[in-house]
Design a binder for this molecule. Sequence first.
Ligand code: ARG
Length: 582
Amino acid sequence: MKQQIEELLHAAVAALIAAETIPADVQPRIQLDRPRDKSHGDFATNLALMLAKPAKQNPRALAEAIIAAIPVNAVIGKTEIAGPGFINFTVNRAQLIAQLEAAFIDERCGVPVAENPQTVVIDYSSPNLAKEMHVGHLRSTIIGDAVARTLSLQGHKVIPQNHVGDWGTQFGMLLAHMEDSLQEASSDTLALSDLETFYKAAKKRFDDEAGFADRARSLVVKLQSGDAYCKSLWQKFIDTSLAHCQEVYDRLGVQLTRADVMAESAYNDDLAKVVVDLREQGLLEENQGAQCVFLEEFKGKEDEPLPIIVQKKDGGYLYATTDLAAVRYRVGTLQADRVIYVVDARQSLHFQQIFTLCKKAGYANNSTSLEHLGFGMVLGKDGRPYKSRDGGVTKLADLLDESERRAAELIAAKGTDFNAEEQANVARVVGIASVKYADLSKNRTSDYVFDWDTMLSFEGNTAPYLLYAYTRVNSIFQKAGLALHEVSGAIQLPTEQDETLAGKLAQFPEIIASVGNKGMPHFLCGYMFELAGAFSSFYEACPILNADDEAVQQSRLKLAALTARILAQGLELLGIDTLERM
Ligand code: ARG
């Protein structure tokens, strides 16, 4: 509906340009908002205010002209000019009802399938495999998964790429340490069962033990030149580490599998080619022995040129070189129209440099959209990066254990009639959902404070609140002995609460569109929270099963069913399981 009104406004602007009411060179960005105050209608735009200056007109007069120029349509019920020249729109009730009826019989709850589906490569999770996944990997993993699911729902072809770090110099010390522990222990699985400890031990030897660092370095050289023995040791390590990751993905309900792994090492053979190609294109410069690209667009604080180093003096390649090769593969081989990187905001400069260079070097076409979806840090209550109690980084697996344990205590304290198995399942769902939702519901660009009490609360914009809201809607159907799709009869909107809920339900496709465009799952969370609130007010004010009028009862059941389905759909997009009761 939003899109339809936007199109009508575009048509109105075109008509006014044709009539020379506004100059032809203005290209207004039409912005349609949902006013907070219901009395301002369903949508509002500041278009007349924006155009008043270039058109040399009074904004209210221009607003009138815009309204007059809107083509005849069935969407807009009422328009009104407010304040200095805002235009408020109230959608046609019949149209609203028609949209909801269509959403009710649609398996995507009214989310349209993209007219021009894109191939979208999305790089997310991408941990370094030397260590176990820690809390810092949470954000990329679950934000990426939510965005991937949203784009798939919209009908795009999504290709996940787990760009795991498996090729850095730190693998030398790990291999050296592995070699020794293999000789000592009869079973290597034992030594690798705790990667964190294994890494620490290797690091300590690297720093302290004479000769160990040299051995580590020579093992890296051997590994990178394809030595079979080193490769097999390394492969064993990588397999173990990836298995750890997979356990975490499965617990988190993240759809990544081993097939989505496209590791740094996979680009090994392309790195030299990238450097040769950049040289042939005249983009390389030698600087203190290193091969660099200097782009005018990037300057340091003192205006000094900032290099992208693609090859070190000793011949080694870098993170940036691999990323250049990866863009070539994603655009050239995978045919991506859009490449999305869900990576820590601190890597922003790196990605801006890579993207600019890729366009310049022709590794991406001008039409390819390269996007860095940066995210902030997870902080402790003290405002510093979140740490475990012993001051070390928190393993993601431990964090999830703790969340499940806390959720179990909470459920037990509530006193339910669940048997042990149900109770464990509820605790698992609530525990995982709380950690995920606390993260996904925050604007990804900011840091956020990780706080057990708020995330596990049944009040506010939290997972427990939404999961509970979902069970409440469901319980109506359980009571009625009906399945969600079994409701028949037509939607009607007899009271304001019916209307408010209907308006919220109709917003779902718009929200999905903006999550897909901007890669912002918190829009969806905020929306679901509002929807649950609208349902709650509706439920308090409007009798459903006890409605006097059979037709009203059916209509309300339909709105309730759609609420349940949209909540379930929304939670599924976040990779969160629902519960039938809790
Ligand atoms: N492994 C990197 C890290 O942990 C993230 C990789 C992100 N993806 C990329 N194509 N650079 O910081």
